[in-house]
Ligand binder design. Structure first.
Ligand code: G3P
Length: 222
């Protein structure tokens, strides 16, 4: 069985910036080392390089743009993300939606650069569409539960199950993550028992007084 991935998206939360970001990364590194569970972190772009070099955990970009090196201004160049040390990248996060053509181009860019691609989706139909593009992961996140404190694992396990089935039917090699409101080991266990390979989460870790304690709980039932 593939080792589950706990991917912590710091978004642009104040609590996930600067020294706070490093506190969370250090906690993730400690918990990953002690538990053997892979814990990745997706910080703001400016932290990709320092985090990739200071911590042993995999670092992901929150987004890439489907551009090639050249005359572009203000974009996120996939080559630059790779050079900064990222292991992979989120694509089409609910808070940064792309067209299907752009998602396709981003997945291809990630493949070309050996970056893991994590395409976020909002329902089982978009999960199937994303799987057809052959990303490494599809991350199903019902938008209405993102940041709500209500876990998708408990509020809508059906969407996880349907997405796992939809992705398997289209492309069995693409793994599924689930996210939105994930906050405990129980949420992670439900998601994994439903056939996913881990979770994508943010607020329960980023906004916690003690991120390390939350991370320990998240991996506790794996
Ligand atoms: O990228 C993770 C995310 O959208 C879920 O956020 O705060 O519900 O864990 P949250």
């Amino acid at each position: 069985m593939v080792s589950p991935l706990i991917l912590v998206n710091l978004k642009t939360y104040q609590e996930g910036m600067g020294s706070n970001a490093h506190r969370i990364a250090a906690a993730a590194e400690t918990v990953a080392r002690e538990s053997g569970v892979v814990i990745g972190i997706a910080p703001v772009f400016t932290e990709i390089h320092p985090m990739s070099h200071h911590y042993a955990i995999p670092v992901y970009a929150q987004h890439i743009d489907a551009i090639a090196p050249g005359a572009h201004t203000g974009h996120i160049l996939p080559e630059a993300v790779r050079a900064a040390g990222a292991r992979g990248t989120l694509i089409n996060h609910s808070e940064h939606r792309l067209t299907l053509a752009d998602i396709d181009a981003c997945v291809r860019a990630a493949q070309r650069l050996h970056l893991e691609s994590v395409v976020c989706t909002n329902n089982d139909a978009t999960s199937a569409a994303a799987a057809a593009l052959h990303p490494d992961y599809v991350a199903i996140e019902p938008p209405e539960l993102i940041g709500s404190g209500v876990s998708v694992s408990k509020a809508d396990p059906g969407i996880i199950e349907r997405s796992v089935n939809a992705v398997r039917a289209v492309n069995p090699e693409t793994k599924v993550l689930t996210g939105a409101g994930i906050q405990s080991g129980e949420c992670v266990k439900i998601a994994v028992d439903l056939g996913t390979c881990g979770v994508l989460l943010a607020s329960s870790v980023v906004k916690a007084d003690d991120p390390e304690a939350v991370l320990r709980d998240l991996v506790s039932l794996l």
